[in-house]
Design a protein around this ligand. Structure first.
Ligand SMILES: [Fe+2]
Ligand SMILES: [Fe+2]
Length: 297
């Protein structure tokens, strides 16, 4: 057999074959009567409403910044990982749009935070393609740490509405599965500590104001800005000593370390555990998974 024929017969790698499968799921939306979806607390729920509203425009920015340099990747495994990354993020955007529609019908305003984050992203759009990719790797570092913290925190999970929780757990698992893809591409197009430090400041400067303004706006809209009990419970869950956001803050600066790579912080065991919990034989989302490997991937 000629070499050319052999190459043609070799199966093409896909996102799924390198551990980054874009999974299409039929999520059920929460149907409980409780107004707020995390321990009936407005402050914590509004934080998640804000994040969910941020994801569609944010993930489109991630995808575009990676797509710009996609042709630079020649290694088949990296090409497949990029395809998996783009597929997963595109589905995340779509499912968060569905969730945002549901949240809007429930009376929460997802338009305000979406517009606020679009303003921050508009500023980041002014940067060079290489800087935009670096901003994506900053945000991927943040989402990977947040995902790890969420998947590890059983006490917090027990406070969530179960359907609402499923969407976040699926998203968190996939963020860990593809956490190194944008960074591996950045290594290929030029990566250094100065670029990463600058990108960290750009992201903080552009996105912290929309975070604070949106969160405060959403809490105020619920009439909870003066509700001390709601505020202290919600802030404790997020920013208290064991709070999910507080726990990741000390890990954020490792991104600027000279020899940083996302995979140096090993989350393989956690990913395996959650792949089994969500998509294993008894997995809680197995029956909702439309493109299981034997069917479509
Ligand atoms: Fe995502
Ligand atoms: Fe991501």
């Amino acid at each position: 057999m000629k070499a050319q024929e052999k190459i043609q017969q070799r199966p093409r790698l896909t996102g799924a074959s390198v551990g980054i499968p874009p999974r299409h799921l039929n999520f059920k939306m929460p149907d409980n009567k409780t107004k707020y979806l995390v321990t009936n607390n407005a402050t914590a729920t509004m934080f998640l409403v804000m994040l969910s509203a941020f994801f569609p425009p944010g993930e489109r920015f991630f995808v575009e910044s990676v797509r710009h340099f996609r042709s630079r990747a020649k290694d088949p495994a990296l090409k497949a990982a990029i395809a998996g990354f783009i597929g997963q993020e595109a589905i995340h955007s779509r499912e968060h749009e569905r969730l945002n529609k549901f949240l809007t019908e429930r009376g929460f305003d997802t338009t305000f935070p979406e517009k606020a984050v679009a303003g921050g992203l508009w500023l980041l759009e002014k940067l060079s393609p290489r800087q935009k990719l670096a901003c994506t790797t900053v945000m991927e570092h943040f989402t990977a740490l947040l995902s790890e913290a969420l998947l590890e925190d059983e006490a917090l999970a027990s406070l969530f509405d179960p359907e609402f929780l499923s969407i976040w757990q699926w998203h968190a698992l996939e963020e860990l599965e593809h956490k190194a893809v944008a960074y591996d591409l950045q290594e290929l197009v030029g990566n250094d500590k100065k670029l990463r430090l600058q990108a960290s400041y750009f992201v903080a400067g552009a996105l912290l104001p929309p975070v604070m303004i949106s969160w405060l706006y959403l809490i105020a809209r619920e009439g909870k800005l003066t509700d001390r009990k709601d505020l202290s419970t919600g802030l404790q869950l997020l920013l208290g000593k064991q709070g999910i956001v507080r726990r990741i803050i000390p890990k954020l600066p490792i991104y600027a370390a000279r020899r940083f790579h996302p995979n140096k912080h090993d989350t393989t065991k956690l990913e395996n555990t959650w792949r089994e919990k969500l998509f294993g034989d008894q997995g809680s989302l197995l029956s909702s998974w439309r493109n299981q490997p034997e069917v479509d991937i």
